[in-house]
Design a protein around this ligand. Structure first.
Ligand SMILES: NC(=O)c1ccc[n+]([C@@H]2O[C@H](COP(=O)([O-])OP(=O)(O)OC[C@H]3O[C@@H](n4cnc5c(N)ncnc54)[C@H](O)[C@@H]3O)[C@@H](O)[C@H]2O)c1
Ligand SMILES: O=C(O)C(=O)C[C@@H](O)[C@H](O)[C@H](O)COP(=O)(O)O
Ligand SMILES: [Zn+2]
Length: 375
């Protein structure tokens, strides 16, 4: 399947919005924003890496459309998704004298999108925001779907709100300045769509993944549009994760536990944790006879061919144990009556949800993994 249009739609009744993905659209941002704004005043939230690269371009296009703006710049990195930074962000934006008609613009990766969206959900009891994602991860995943939030001491994304953006504007050219490690981390979420429900997409990625990483603009755009289309479809069916949306968590129950264990200081990126977590989900399922071993091999070989982490040898923290990871998993938002909701697989493209993972079976798998990781 080739997607050649540049606009997708997320169908959510009065909360519906477009996703526009094309090279160079940042220079036209003002024109895209204007019909959506309640007042011609916005606040741009960005980070210390992205601001110097893209603020001038975005600012110029807003000015050309008669839109005035203020800017808040946060430190780059996952540690910014914290209560302290969130509080400061709210205070800084309020000090600018916003109104209910003011729109926040999230210019950056998933960290900026998540914290800005959460700020928009709470300021003056809720104002609009627009996503301008600049990492591969944020262009294929975090900018779409309205999950916003920050991390807590107890774990990843435990404080937040569902708050949909008014528009997702993706300039595919912004990936040209993204460091390779960040590109690969984002690629994990691309692979996720293939693994959870679209085996053809995974086949396509096996052929085209290297080209995407090497900078092929057509391949990048197609991967972004196919990923966004997959996510938009799931979100339209289940905005608040009552059911099918939880499939987008493939690899995340393990991944978030690893992130919590390693800390949010950049040692282990979210996408890296997801890559390892997806391999763990496949390995666990194969160990239980639920999924063919050949599929585990294919997944690992594809990730390894691109130099992505696939096992816990890559972890920047060494003191993890099965018990610790299982304790972190119990903090997941989908836990019910003490049972963790897992995304399991019958094979590539065939994910399903289950609370029937026995503690003993999981512990045996993790203990075995620990031994393999230290050997
Ligand atoms: N809300 C959701 O649905 C959802 C989905 C997936 C992930 N997430 C969250 O997203 C976060 C990860 O997002 P991320 O991977 O984008 O990380 P990030 O926002 O930290 O960005 C990664 C790094 O790249 C830099 N950067 C961003 N764009 C750049 C560009 N164009 N050129 C050069 N440098 C650039 C940033 O400054 C940062 O240092 C995690 O907190 C994760 O939990 C949320
Ligand atoms: O949009 C979703 O739904 C996802 O699960 C996308 C994930 O890639 C993302 O990391 C999300 O933030 C995880 O959500 P959480 O509810 O498990 O915190
Ligand atoms: Zn994710």
């Amino acid at each position: 399947m080739t997607i050649d249009k540049k606009t997708l739609h997320v169908a959510l009744d009065e909360r519906s919005y477009d996703i526009i993905a094309a090279p160079g659209v940042l220079s036209d941002a003002g024109r895209y924003f204007l019909p959506l704004l309640k007042t011609k005043r916005v606040v741009i939230v960005t980070d210390s890496n992205v601001g110097p690269l893209y603020l001038d371009q975005l600012g110029q296009s807003l000015t050309d459309s008669g839109i005035t703006y203020d800017v808040v710049t946060l430190p780059a990195g996952e540690a910014t998704k914290s209560m302290a930074h969130f509080e400061q962000l709210l205070e800084d934006i309020l000090a600018m004298g916003i109104e209910r008609g003011t729109t926040l613009i999230a210019l950056g990766g998933g960290v900026i999108g998540d914290i800005t969206g959460f700020a928009a959900s709470t300021l003056l009891r809720g104002i609009d925001f627009i996503q301008v994602p600049t990492t591969l991860l944020s262009q294929v995943d975090s900018s779409v779907g309205g999950k916003t939030g920050i991390n807590a001491k107890a774990g990843k994304n435990l404080i937040g709100a569902f708050h949909q953006p008014r528009l997702v504007l993706i300039d595919t050219e912004s990936l040209n300045s993204l460091p390779k490690r960040e590109l690969l981390a984002g690629y994990a979420e691309v692979v996720k769509y293939g693994l959870l429900g679209d085996a053809d997409f995974f086949n396509w990625l096996e052929e085209n993944g290297q080209k995407l990483i090497d900078g092929d603009q057509d391949v990048r755009r197609e991967a972004i549009l196919r990923s966004c289309a997959a996510k938009a479809d799931v979100v339209a069916q289940d905005e608040r994760e009552g059911g099918v949306r939880a499939l987008l968590n493939l690899g995340h129950t393990f991944g978030h536990a690893l992130e919590k264990e390693c800390g949010y200081d950049g040692g282990l990126l979210h996408g890296e944790a997801v890559a390892i977590g997806m391999v763990m989900a496949f390995e666990y399922c194969a160990a239980q006879g639920l999924c063919p071993q050949e599929d585990v091999v294919r997944v690992k070989e594809h990730l390894l061919s691109l130099d992505m982490p696939v096992d816990l040898r890559a972890l920047p923290c060494e003191d993890w144990t099965a018990e610790l990871l299982m304790k972190h998993m119990l903090k997941d938002k989908k836990v019910k009556d003490g049972k963790v909701m897992f995304v399991l697989v019958r094979g590539i493209g065939q994910a399903y949800l289950s609370r029937d993972v026995e503690d003993q079976a999981l512990k045996e798998y993790l203990d075995d993994l620990l031994v393999r990781s230290k050997s």
